[in-house]
Design a protein around this ligand. Structure first.
Ligand code: C5P
Length: 219
């Protein structure tokens, strides 16, 4: 591992889930632990980068030499990301499991039990990584795709649709990889190539992915 790989570069990473409030005591979220994003932040810092980690609600310590920004809702994560991209950064890695939808309204008070059936209306959240890839000051943009089937085909479509430079995909149907696991296996795809990173600790996978990103970024 080359400890100067990203010296002088500013790397921005999103991690963890987002939390979309229904009322003051209830919210919609997902199973993301944030471990992959935090491991990438640590690896990028070890590679000499200045790292900004924009984290949803997770229970993880901040890696050393990493600037952390804590957010809760997808719209807050969006604002924090756009601010750092406006200011200028070199590489953007989106590992966060951003909620696709949020409740259209957040009730001011706890919703009381009433009828047998109640309905929750949801509205789409902004796509953060796609917005970053469309920015005037577009950094080298990397996405993630967690799928339970047709992993590579869905990832390839996301690479194109979201105009990404690279996408890392993992199969989250098994319990030994993805979400809360300490291990992961990835297939990394970019326009014109791909590489399989076999099952290893998230720390090891993170170092390998940072190396791949640095090589493709410099091309
Ligand atoms: O479309 P899908 O959610 O599967 O795409 C996953 C990728 O897009 C991840 O890199 C994720 O961080 C990013 N994403 C995002 N903003 C969203 C939804 C997904 O940045 N609202």
């Amino acid at each position: 591992f080359d400890y100067q790989l990203l010296t002088g570069k500013h790397v921005v990473i999103t991690a963890g889930p987002t939390r979309e409030a229904i009322d003051p005591v209830r919210y919609i979220t997902n199973k993301s632990s944030g471990k992959m994003g935090f491991a990438l932040a640590e690896a990028a810092a070890e590679a000499g980068a200045r790292v900004t980690l924009i984290a949803g609600p997770v229970n993880l310590p901040t890696p050393s030499r990493v600037d952390r920004v804590d957010v809760s809702r997808a719209v807050d994560m969006f604002d924090a990301c756009m601010k750092t991209v406006d200011e200028g950064c070199d590489v953007f890695i989106a590992t966060a499991a951003v909620a696709d939808y949020r409740p259209t309204v957040t009730a001011d008070h706890k919703i009381k039990k009433s009828t047998e059936e109640i309905h929750l209306t949801l509205v789409k959240n902004p796509d953060i990584v796609a917005s970053v890839a469309e920015h005037d000051k577009r950094p080298f943009t990397v996405g993630f795709a967690a799928e339970t089937r047709d992993v590579v085909a869905y990832a390839q479509a996301k690479l194109v649709n979201k105009k990404l430079d690279m996408i890392a995909t993992n199969d989250v149907s098994g319990s030994n990889v993805g979400f809360n696991s300490d291990n992961n296996a990835l297939t990394v795809i970019w326009p014109g190539g791909h590489k399989v990173l076999p099952l290893a600790s998230k720390a090891q996978i993170a170092k390998q992915l940072i190396e791949l990103i640095a090589i493709r970024y410099k091309d």
